[in-house]
Design a protein. Structure first.
Length: 150
């Protein structure tokens, strides 16, 4: 198992895997925009040479935001989500001196909410009817993790 920064050759594969693994998937344009943004980072987790998980985050000053996180369908329930999330949180502290990390998650996505809670995130807000999926509207929960001192 290895985590590395994505390269431009990975982007099409990320779109394909994201689409089959995630209800709120990103387009190729979304990934390209993040890839080209110097404040955004895309990490991928590979197992046996295949991409199994992805996390995209942005860094601004002493704060970060997780923009996308997914685990490929055949790799779910193996601990890969918490593995890549914890790796990223450590990197954010060490390399970027981050004091807090934010994210939003679809209300009702219990596996993701539990993952974030396990990593120490707390719900700090809600965006009502933020997600529109197949004519259904869902709130977005805003979650935050704060780090104490250095």
């Amino acid at each position: 198992m290895q985590i590395r920064c994505a390269n431009s050759a990975d982007l099409n594969t990320l779109v394909i895997l994201d689409k089959i693994s995630n209800i709120t998937n990103w387009s190729l344009n979304d990934y390209q925009n993040s890839f080209n943004n110097k404040q955004h980072f895309i990490y991928i987790l590979e197992e046996h040479g295949k991409i199994s998980a992805c996390i995209v985050f942005s860094v601004v000053c002493d704060e970060a935001e997780i923009l996308q996180l997914w685990v490929e369908n055949n790799s779910k329930r193996k601990g890969l989500g918490i593995y890549i999330l914890n790796y990223t949180l450590i990197e954010l502290r060490k390399k970027h001196m981050i004091l807090r990390v934010f994210l939003e998650v679809r209300d009702g996505n219990e596996s993701a909410i539990n993952l974030y809670k396990k990593a120490g995130f707390l719900e700090v807000g809600r965006r009502h009817k933020y997600y529109n999926i197949d004519a259904w509207q869902f709130d977005a929960l805003i979650m935050q993790k704060e780090f104490l001192g250095f």
